[in-house]
Design a protein around this ligand. Structure first.
Ligand SMILES: Cc1ncc(COP(=O)(O)O)c(C=O)c1O
Length: 372
């Protein structure tokens, strides 16, 4: 049987009844848009993060875009982030009219190297956008200290970090405002698109609420130019049922990660490293090897799928060439992208399948290490 890199069907088989009950409740309620399910999910997810306000939107990309807008970021501003992230982190910045600037990553964790932040600050910098990649938090205390010193906003991209913590603080609660995605593959993933802006700041939350609904506070009357970016009742109701299980999803991912660590410790793969202050939620289990592409081909022959996050650095993509970066500008970002790939990781991955992945890797690496 093929082993996919991600699959929701095992989870659906277990949670089917609860999910369908939620769907039925919404369909019978007479309210499909911005009703009680969205309100309940916003509050409960904000509570989960240890924050006061949540504003449901229709994707993680929109959560980033709206979070930037509520901070007043736009044309003329520079926002510092990394080129080792999903494209939407950068496209959200560009959609506001602001210019993304990139700092390199720490090659051990693949996360923003906070020590380089200060070199990237210019008089036009107004915001820092750290990405808690693969389920692990950036060194936020350093990001916060530098941002405070230079009067910059901080927006966390938490699309891959539901339930991750740093020094015991939840991802999303270490900045002015944070953005989550509920895209199906995510640690808290829906059955369609969804996202949320979370914050402790009442005024920012109120503005996010306005922007997601055509700039309105009351019906058919725009206070400011806005958008249509609503989380549906249906998705909110399903996500509410899954929120109850979020801690168990993270636990399961961490248990699978511990099994990978144990089984692959003696191989030539570079395994993921966790910063001591972090609780890693393992959205992805990312490994490195110089013969990455050959390993992927060999795994595919054995019906095992892997993922490459990410194969191409954003600063060198055609869409963002106008930013003026060249090959060699972000040394570690470019280097790790030639070697990374991520192993199957989702709560319903069976130990039997995981053992097959590990046994196949042992077999393939033996051949490669022997120079065959
Ligand atoms: C780091 C990161 N930021 C932003 C996003 C965008 O989220 P969405 O796909 O919900 O728009 C994603 C997901 O693809 C992501 O992984």
């Amino acid at each position: 049987m093929p082993i996919p890199v991600w699959d929701y069907r095992g989870e659906y088989a277990v949670e089917r009844e609860t999910i369908l009950e939620a769907v039925e409740r919404v369909f019978r309620s007479g309210r499909l848009i911005l009703g009680g399910e969205v309100r309940a999910f916003e509050q409960r997810f904000a509570d989960y993060c240890g924050l006061r306000f949540g504003v449901g939107v229709n994707s993680g990309t929109d959560a980033l875009f709206i979070a930037l807008k509520v901070l007043g970021i736009g044309s003329g501003d520079e926002v510092i982030t990394v080129a080792n992230t999903a494209v939407p982190t950068v496209s959200a910045i560009v959609s506001t009219g602001a210019t993304p600037r990139f700092v390199d990553i720490d090659p051990a964790t693949h996360l923003m190297d906070a020590d380089q932040l200060e070199h990237a600050i210019t008089p036009r910098t107004t915001c820092v956008l750290p990405v808690h990649l693969f389920g692990q938090c950036v060194r936020m205390e350093r990001v916060q200290a530098i941002s405070r010193k230079h009067g910059l906003f901080v927006l966390e991209d938490c699309a891959q970090a539901h339930g991750a913590t740093r020094h015991g603080t939840m991802a999303g609660a270490m900045s002015d405002v944070a953005a989550f995605s509920f895209y199906p593959t995510k640690i808290l993933g829906g059955y369609g698109d969804g996202g949320m802006v979370v914050t402790n700041d009442e005024a920012l939350a109120a503005r996010a609420r306005r922007l997601r609904m055509y700039g309105m506070e009351r019906e058919s009357f725009a206070e400011e130019h806005g958008y249509n970016s609503r989380l549906d009742e249906l998705h909110a109701a399903i996500l509410l049922t899954k929120l109850d299980r979020l801690d168990s999803y993270v636990e399961r991912r961490r248990a699978l990660a511990a099994r990978y660590h144990e089984a692959l410790a003696e191989t030539s793969l570079v395994l993921p490293q966790t910063d001591d202050a972090n609780l890693h939620a393992y959205y992805l289990f990312v490994v490195r090897h110089p013969k990455r592409d050959r390993i992927i081909d060999e795994l595919a022959k054995r019906d095992i799928a892997v993922n490459v996050s990410y194969r191409w650095p954003i600063h060198l993509m055609p869409a963002y060439r106008w930013l003026g970066y060249r090959e060699g500008d972000l040394v570690y970002t470019e280097r790790v992208m030639q070697e990374v790939f991520s192993l199957p990781m989702y709560p319903s991955l069976s130990e039997e399948d995981q053992d097959r992945v590990c046994a196949s890797l042992h077999e393939i690496l033996q051949i490669i290490d022997d120079g065959r």
